[in-house]
Design a protein around this ligand. Structure first.
Ligand code: FAD
Length: 537
């Protein structure tokens, strides 16, 4: 009897405790949802205990101003905030972005996300795991898996709605008490004697304000208005992407990106949620068929639809008929900084590559890791000149990762485009067949593309292995003068593709970074301190 009583009393208290825990959990979840809703409507943000609002005067409260809270700005704000910096972020629009960019994060980028402590930002957004690519050409296809065997089981690519990912990062950054996120459009950098002291911006209410900090990091994206004085502007626009969302369809290879080597240029498909597939159709040049006149819908139906896998055809046509067709220019901008005391460029404002390989976010996140490590030992950043000299090493240290991803994107885009030139088409076919060989012929290039092994030398070796493979096939079993000639043009065409890109990246920085003096630059002595900012909890 006593045992039964004990059992009843025990059960009573256990259920009481259970109900209490359930209540606490519910309250927490409800608060989390309320906060998420506020974030999505953009109402949440406000400056907390920030003395620099308005004309606060030089460096009165922030260590760093970040312009733009997109992929780079939001991740950077969290990273520097976590390291104890007082960060002020000014973003033009804090509502959830709705864009066709930055939807596939390569596994190399996901690893950087882990290094920054931001990996939970791809959770709760219906992100999809990406395990590799499938390549389609002339009715044949081949599956190229990411070489993930040596990594933690959680590591893979992730694809998602860009806006949801960004909103999660903004939300996480704003949880830090020393990060202040506000809505405003920065109109100019405030410069005194060649040193950037801060920014001038307009608030949502139309008020014009100034903000000051020892370091201003400009992350205002691909259409940056502020980069003009901070880098050499050599933006190229080789093509545009036309974006559609396909619903209710299954990709031929689940959890894979799909690249169709179509005519005139590639078409991409990848999942962005459990029910949606993003399609990006590349259109060479800058002039697009008109959306308004229906020319675009006609182009997609007559020129593109016949080239896509049959499984996707109906959903593709339905997406065109639904009418939500978006376009974006595909820009490339080699990193060519004009080091300026008090300011730094990051993200697409600084460096862009063709988005065919989905490398932009990986480069941005990798750059943030490099910058974080450089800034970590610094206590005081007020000596703008010595900080600027020290940060020149950033441009060299970022090179192995950034230049490999950039070069591959530019070269692959050119190789994957159809061409009337027979030598170029041989190279395109050789590339498809080389990747289909499997083994290191597929894992090597995929490791480069995914950011898992971003080594410039490996890139050049694989690129010329493809060209040699193409020439070998032309010459075997019996070379003819015509085939010899095509082979020679193939090699010269391959060189003509890759060498200008490498030159723009900087041969020495790319292949021999350790020979650059900036590589060894030490932090300014009087700015290092034992009491460097502490990590925020
Ligand atoms: C069509 C296309 C598809 C792409 N797909 C991929 C992909 O699948 N994977 C991948 O890794 N990369 C992809 N990229 C590249 C990727 O989108 C970028 O590399 C990445 O978004 C760069 O982040 P960012 O923070 O520099 O710019 P953004 O994410 O664009 O953020 C810039 C932010 O600055 C704000 N801003 C701008 N001006 C001001 C101002 N004056 N004041 C205040 N705020 C301002 C903007 O509102 C915005 O929030 C793609 C690019 C294109 C063009």
């Amino acid at each position: 009897m006593v045992t039964v009583d004990k059992y009843i009393v025990g059960t009573f208290f256990a259920s009481l405790l259970g109900s209490f825990l359930l209540y606490v959990l519910r309250q927490k979840t409800a608060a989390k949802h309320r906060k998420r809703d506020q974030f999505q409507s953009g109402q949440h943000y406000q400056i907390r205990n920030d003395p620099t609002t308005g004309e606060g005067g030089p460096h009165s409260g922030s260590d760093v101003i970040i312009v733009g809270a997109g992929v780079a700005g939001a991740a950077l704000a969290y990273t520097l905030g976590k390291d104890g910096r007082r960060v002020r972020v000014i973003e033009r629009d804090l509502t959830e972005p709705d864009r066709i960019v930055g939807e596939l994060l390569q596994p190399g980028g996901y690893i950087k996300l882990i290094e920054l402590g931001l990996e939970d930002c791809v959770e709760e957004i219906d992100a999809q795991r990406v395990l590799g690519y499938a390549l389609f050409k002339d009715g044949k296809n081949t599956k190229l898996s990411y070489p993930l065997e040596k990594f933690h089981s959680d590591v893979s690519g992730r694809s998602f709605h860009n806006g949801r990912f960004i909103q999660r990062m903004r939300e996480k950054a704003a949880t830090l008490p020393n990060v202040h996120l506000e809505q405003g459009t920065v109109s100019s950098l405030l410069e005194e004697n060649g040193i950037v002291k801060g920014v001038e911006y307009k608030t949502k209410a139309g008020q014009e304000l100034k903000a000051y900090a020892p370091l201003t990091i400009v992350c205002d994206g691909c259409f940056s208005n502020l980069r003009r004085s901070l880098c050499k502007l050599e933006v190229e626009v080789p093509s545009c992407f036309v974006g559609l969302v396909l619903e209710n369809c299954e990709l031929p290879y689940a959890n894979h990106g799909h690249v169709i080597l179509a005519d005139p240029s590639p078409i991409l498909f990848y999942p962005i949620s459990s029910t949606e597939v993003r399609c990006l159709v590349d259109v060479p040049g800058q002039k697009l068929p008109s959306l308004a006149s229906g020319e675009m819908a006609n182009y997609l139906k007559t020129m593109v639809a016949p080239q896509i896998p049959a499984e996707l055809h109906d959903a593709f046509i339905a997406a065109i008929d639904k009418g939500n067709i978006r376009t974006m220019p595909n820009r490339s901008l080699p990193a060519a900084p004009c080091p300026t005391p008090g300011a730094l460029l990051m993200g697409d404002a600084f460096n862009m590559r063709h988005p065919l390989t989905g490398g932009g976010m990986t480069v941005a996140l990798s750059d943030i890791v490099v910058l974080r490590n450089l800034l970590k030992p610094l206590h005081d950043m007020t000596d703008a000149d010595s900080l600027c000299r020290y940060l020149e090493s950033f441009y060299t240290l970022r090179k192995p990762v950034a230049s490999t991803i950039n070069t591959l994107a530019g070269a692959l885009y050119k190789v994957f485009c159809a061409s009337p030139d027979q030598a170029r088409n041989e190279m395109r076919q050789a590339c498809f067949d080389y990747l289909s060989l499997g083994g290191s012929c597929s894992t090597g290039p995929v490791a480069l593309l995914s950011g898992l092994n971003p080594r410039p030398l490996s890139l050049v070796l694989h690129f010329f292995a493809v060209a040699t493979y193409g020439v070998g096939r032309l010459l075997l079993p019996f070379p003819s003068p015509k085939r010899l000639w095509i082979g020679a043009r193939l090699i010269s065409g391959a060189s003509g593709i890759i060498f200008p890109i490498i030159k723009a990246e900087g041969i020495r920085q790319m292949f021999f970074p350790a020979t650059m003096p900036a590589y060894y630059r030490a932090p300014p002595a009087d700015e290092i301190s034992d009491s460097a900012p502490q990590e925020s909890k």
